[in-house]
Design a protein around this ligand. Structure first.
Ligand code: CAA
Length: 258
């Protein structure tokens, strides 16, 4: 896959998608978001891939939506053209696990895109913020919705209203990221984590992802009912036969992309 604004690599069953507009600190423009959707869908459909990493550069995961491109938009361009809606949310349709591996600036739309990943591993250099108010708009890709659900109302309001950036340690404390690692170890760690996930049965990983995401959209009772259907259905799959046989036979399970 060749793209103008992305760099693509694979490491065994792990795909790495790197945002690559270094001169603009990976500001997210239409072309990059179209390419990102394309790459995500291709890896989601590729049976050789079990987990996807989305990353940026050491300086910036992404410093937000591209202000230079956006500045000239009017209401017809944004509402009429479905700006953000038209190409930013493909990532939410991806059924395989997507890890965000973030370093440097994770701002505005960059923070919102990061929050659309399944979980985040942060370099100790990472700085998270929602500075949209300073350019005269509210966040447009879920910042006012996903941030308070993730870190709580008080800290989210603080970040959104003052534009205060939080560092990786505070992001870990608040649950925005799952792990913090030294900046020079970020990709090594992310690939190791993704390799662990991609050795698990993919069908179960996808069921877990779907069920966890359901938790944010439904009641507890309905969510547990939803989960229980997958649990029961699991007993009709080779993954369950292999996983439980391996345990009883005291050997490591071999899922081989099941
Ligand atoms: N859009 C377009 N270009 C951007 C950009 C953005 N979001 N962020 C940085 N750049 C560009 C700069 O214009 C600059 O380009 P030039 O060299 O051609 O001038 C280059 O990247 C390097 O940036 P700086 O010189 O500003 O670097 P710095 O180290 O001094 O500052 C920064 C870094 C604090 C991240 C600063 O660039 C900044 O504040 N960027 C904007 C952050 C922002 O407001 N993001 C929210 C955007 S709105 C949004 O995302 C809407 C939404 O919810 C969907």
């Amino acid at each position: 896959m060749q793209y103008a604004d992305l760099i693509i690599e694979t490491h065994g069953r792990v795909a790495v998608i790197r945002l690559n507009r270094p001169k603009a600190l990976n500001a997210l423009n239409d072309n990059m978001m179209n390419e990102l959707g394309d790459a995500l869908y291709k890896f989601d459909a590729d049976s050789n891939i079990g987990c996807i990493i989305l990353t940026g550069s050491e300086k910036a995961f992404a410093a937000g939506a591209d202000i230079a491109a956006m500045a000239k938009y009017d209401y017809t361009d944004t509402y009429g053209g479905n700006y953000i809606g038209r190409n930013w949310e493909h990532i939410l349709n991806v059924r395989k696990p997507v890890i965000g591996a973030v370093a440097g600036y994770v701002l505005g739309g960059g923070c919102e895109l990061a929050m659309m990943c399944d979980f985040l591993i942060a370099a100790d250099s990472a700085k998270f913020g929602q500075p949209e108010i300073k350019v005269g708009v509210t966040p447009g890709a879920g910042g006012t919705q996903r941030l308070p659900r993730t870190i709580g109302k008080s800290k989210a309001m603080d970040m959104l209203l003052t534009t205060r950036m939080i560092d990786a340690a505070e992001a870990e404390r608040t649950g925005l990221v799952s792990r913090v690692v030294a900046a020079d170890k970020l990709m090594e760690e992310a690939i190791a984590v993704a390799t662990t996930i991609s050795a698990m049965p993919l069908s179960v990983a996808m069921q877990i992802k779907d069920s966890v995401n359901r938790a944010f959209e439904t009641t507890l009772t309905e969510g547990v009912r939803y989960e229980r259907r997958y649990f029961h259905a699991g007993f009709g799959t080779p993954a369950q036969k292999e996983g439980m046989s391996a345990f009883l036979e005291k050997r490591a399970p071999k899922f081989d992309g099941l």
